[in-house]
Design a protein around this ligand. Sequence first.
Ligand code: BG6
Length: 501
Amino acid sequence: MDLDMKTLCEPEGIDVNTQPFILIIFGGGGDLSQKKLIPALYNLFKLDKLNNDSYILSYGRRERTQAEYRTLVKTSIERNFEKEYIHIEDAFLEKFSYIDGDSEKLGGVEKINKYICKFKDIKKYQIIFYLATPPNLAKNILNLIQKLKLCDKPFKKKIVMEKPFGIDTVSAINLNKDLNKIFKEEEIYRIDHYLGKETVQNILFFRFGNSIFEPLWNRSFIDHIQITVAEDIGIGSRGNFYEKAGVLKDIIQNHMMQLIALVAMEPPTNFEADCIRDEKVKIFKSISSMSKEYMEENLVLGQYGPGEINGENIVGYQDEKNVSKDSNMGTFFSGKFHIDNWRWAGIPFYVRAGKRLNKKLTEIVVTFKIPPLKLFGNTCRDILANELVFSIQPEEKISISINMKYPGVENYPHPVEMNFNYSKLDTVFLTAYERLLVDCIKGDLTLFSRQDGIEQMWKVLDPIVDYFNKADFKFPNYSPGTWGPIKSDILLKKDGRKWRI
Ligand code: BG6
């Protein structure tokens, strides 16, 4: 059963501040720039959402000519869009310039200053620094930014920091201190691209825009919550990064924590950035701390070995490029979390995330309690629990399963699904990075993390990372194309439950 969308008021379209900007991307030749940022900028340009008077300066370690960098821009667009959609205008390519330098040696300061000085009326631009780099480079890059002469001038500046923000609580606090030497809190955009996804934003709308769900949204009516962030891809060319991050710092500390907060938080006073962020922080603070014994029982770490997916040979994690042959870095995690507050006491949040799993799937499943009595006499089937599923990827969809009577003289319960599928909407969608870039240009911080939130997320993660650092593993412990180590299934089975997929 599909739900159509009736528009009650005409959406106003995407409102973009037309202020011109200069975007300075550190890590401009890296994986993130090529896969996400450049395609996002291209699409915004095509949709006419970029101010014509805006420019992009990419900064990278590798020596490249302007022409070589523009070829990289072209290639990254060609890899990310259907052929029919691609018609790269010179006006777009000409926005890009490239500067090489070693941020450790403050290389490039002069070149960046020179680039900026070319703009006659520099005051009319907002300057957005974007750190598309691993956390260990942040300090050097901030030093470099501080040395730029342009930062003394009274014009608008902002900084976008990619996740993970720091590598633990202490480093996140220190990084923030460094940032505060140059930027005010309202100029700092700590990005988590999951918050830019439409279905993720819809969680709050769904909860607080409908009066039928919120009364049920608590420990009296909900049995448990499942959150899955599964990928079928491996780590690609990101061995260096992944060996330091693993699944815990790459996904659980940020994307997973944000999803937990959106499902669990109390209604904010209003929809302003700080009110929403206040409520999220309360959730991070309420996540139960875990003893060593609890972690042994309820947390699972995994690493993929070699195998096959759809007839394709897959190398094991330890044989990936730039990965140590005896690495004990986790590429899979699952665990049972609890939130110690009035609403959620006693309700498990089962979470799992990993690479080289059975398929790409990001979803949140809210499983309600089954009815208290089995009223339908001699039925041969059990009544299934109602499930509300927020599908975030690959499909953007919200569905509810309900039990109906199957036509006939017997009382056969028949579960059916009511679906709302975003793909049926005839409207322009922005991808997560497009949306977040627009918000940053407009100056809307709602979908970005605040420092206290980041610190609280690390406080949940630090003991878990520490526990696994000391644990003894026999890795690899799962094959590509599966749902991770068998222990992950046992985790739910012990509680009489199972993963939805
Ligand atoms: C990034 C992680 O934040 O998210 C990657 O660093 C991961 O490892 C990616 O592949 C997944 O994003 P998405 O939007 O494809 O789910």
